[in-house]
Design a protein around this ligand. Structure first.
Ligand SMILES: Cc1ncc(COP(=O)(O)O)c(C=O)c1O
Length: 491
């Protein structure tokens, strides 16, 4: 039966220049709509079909995923991928994003909602020892901020209390100067779109430049937040291995070019490498050849703790094929919810209009305060002070790991940058179990394996944030972590 199915697929595969995953998806969708593949039919395992068609397994997975997204098939662990019943009178378009084969209870999550909450996600508690990605918010210069905010309110203009449109002009001005000086980003103030966090920027980029069924190459391991956003927007994801230089650059097979490449070149999240110039140029040239967009997530690029910073990819590219995303979540505090993206000039009008229509920007008074904070040099000096502090804390934590556990527990090839480091397990130990044991002792750590795409081989270890741990607490918190490791080891 499976052999017959493979022959059928080969026979019905549409010709043309569309990406292979799309053609395969169309072929299978057509077969289901025509009833050639009937309800309950089992699709060939992705590995088998990939071998038979001579294409990458990820291409088959992307096509299956799209069919699942549109409710044509359902897939269960160990049970394969089966054709679902098509509700009468519903077109494929109307079905997009639903995959309930039975009537949904009125209070149930949508299919998309269920997938989103099933993915690794944000912790409810953030301010806690070893929480990755959390800066030392207790050092935020609240007094200076309050003074500037009060001055802004004394002199405010009526339009600053209305909706915004792409960001406060003064903030965009201050940011373009800051980005040119510190990150080699090449942009005019009008190319900056201010957003409510990097998440909103990634959301808008994928919605405006991607269609449901397009493909993104994602670093593996990579940032779970970006994965959730892409999943919610119907963008198929191909996990691409990360080596010591960041995302590997492999030539896509004909018709399999990605629409997006999501990368963290300044400090790979979470493994920590800094992408060298040559790899940046290889990825840029790939994006140029295939008309792909690079989403450059520069989430903690300001915290290069040693060595010289590598220029942002956006600056190298002369601005084309790259959308640069930065955030104040790590440099100031996450609850500020302010971030920005730099978009090519020709896209500015569309991005601003869509941003205004979808999210209704506001908080221009906060943006005005921030602009002043940057212009008066407080931002640069806060970053300098935090860089020194984080370098000390990183050193403290790395020393504790090496002394108490051994050198082989440290991830090698990691650059000294950012707000976290990765502790690898040189012994067989379940990292999710360690994370649970740590939580029971009031410590928040993230299991390294949860940063890997489902179904791909995952390394075990812990992602440990050091920026938010006070020096005085470091040793006792680390002792608690050791106890969690021992408890997990006994189980
Ligand atoms: C790699 C990475 N990108 C983006 C973000 C999100 O930034 P924002 O708080 O601006 O949405 C985070 C937050 O932890 C992150 O770790």
């Amino acid at each position: 039966m499976q052999a017959l199915l493979v022959d059928l697929i080969k026979l019905r595969m549409p010709a043309g220049s569309a990406p292979m995953h799309r053609r395969l998806y169309e072929c299978l969708r057509g077969a289901i709509q025509d009833g050639v593949l009937s309800v309950g039919a089992l699709l060939p395992p992705s590995r088998v079909l990939a071998n038979e068609l001579g294409i990458a397994r990820n291409t088959v997975l992307a096509a299956y995923r799209q069919l699942q997204l549109e409710a044509y098939v359902s897939s269960r662990q160990g049970m394969g991928t089966r054709v679902e019943r098509l509700p009468l009178g519903r077109t494929a378009r109307a079905m997009a994003f639903t995959s309930h084969s039975e009537p949904r209870k009125s209070d149930a999550l949508s299919a998309r909602g269920s997938r989103i909450v099933a993915m690794p996600r944000a912790s409810a508690t953030q301010w806690s020892a070893f929480m990755p990605g959390v800066p030392d918010v207790s050092r935020f210069p609240a007094r200076v901020w309050t003074r500037l905010r009060n001055a802004c309110w004394r002199n405010h203009r009526a339009e600053e209390l209305c909706y915004g449109y792409g960001g406060h002009p003064q903030l965009r001005e201050a940011l373009s100067r800051h980005l040119a000086a510190t990150r080699s980003v090449n942009c005019s103030p009008e190319q900056i779109v201010v957003t409510d966090g990097a998440h909103q920027a990634i959301d808008l980029i994928t919605r405006l430049l991607g269609d449901v069924g397009d493909i993104a190459w994602m670093e593996n391991p990579g940032y779970w937040g970006a994965r959730s956003i892409l999943e919610a927007n119907g963008i198929g994801q191909i996990p691409v291995e990360v080596d010591a230089e960041g995302m590997r650059c492999v030539e896509p097979a004909a018709g399999e070019a990605p629409r997006f490449l999501f990368v963290t070149p300044s400090h790979q999240y979470p493994l920590g490498s800094v992408m060298p110039l040559q790899r940046r140029q290889e990825l840029l040239s790939l994006a140029h050849r295939h008309g792909s967009w690079i989403i450059e997530d520069d989430y903690d690029g300001e915290f290069r703790l040693s060595g010289t910073p590598v220029p942002a990819m956006q600056g190298l590219a002369g601005g084309s094929r790259v959308i640069y995303v930065g955030t104040f979540s790590k440099t100031l505090y996450p609850g500020l919810r302010l971030a920005y993206m730099v978009v090519p000039l020709e896209l500015v009008a569309s991005f601003r209009a869509a941003h205004a229509d979808l999210y209704r920007e506001g908080r221009l008074m906060t943006q005005a305060t921030l602009a002043q904070f940057i212009a008066e040099g407080h931002f640069a000096s806060h970053i300098r002070a935090m860089r020194t502090l984080y370098a000390q804390r990183r050193e403290m934590l790395a020393t504790l790991i090496e002394r108490r556990l051994g050198k082989d527990w440290m991830m090698h090839g990691e650059d000294e940058a950012g707000l976290h480091l990765v502790m690898r397990f040189p012994v067989a130990l379940e990292d999710t179990l360690v994370a649970r044991e740590a939580l029971a002792r009031g410590i928040h750590v993230k299991a390294l394996s949860t940063y890997f795409a489902p179904g791909t081989p995952a390394q075990r270890g812990l992602v440990l944030g050091y920026a938010c741990v006070q020096e005085a607490d470091m040793v006792t918190k680390f002792e608690s972590l050791l106890k969690a490791l021992q408890a997990a080891d006994r189980k």
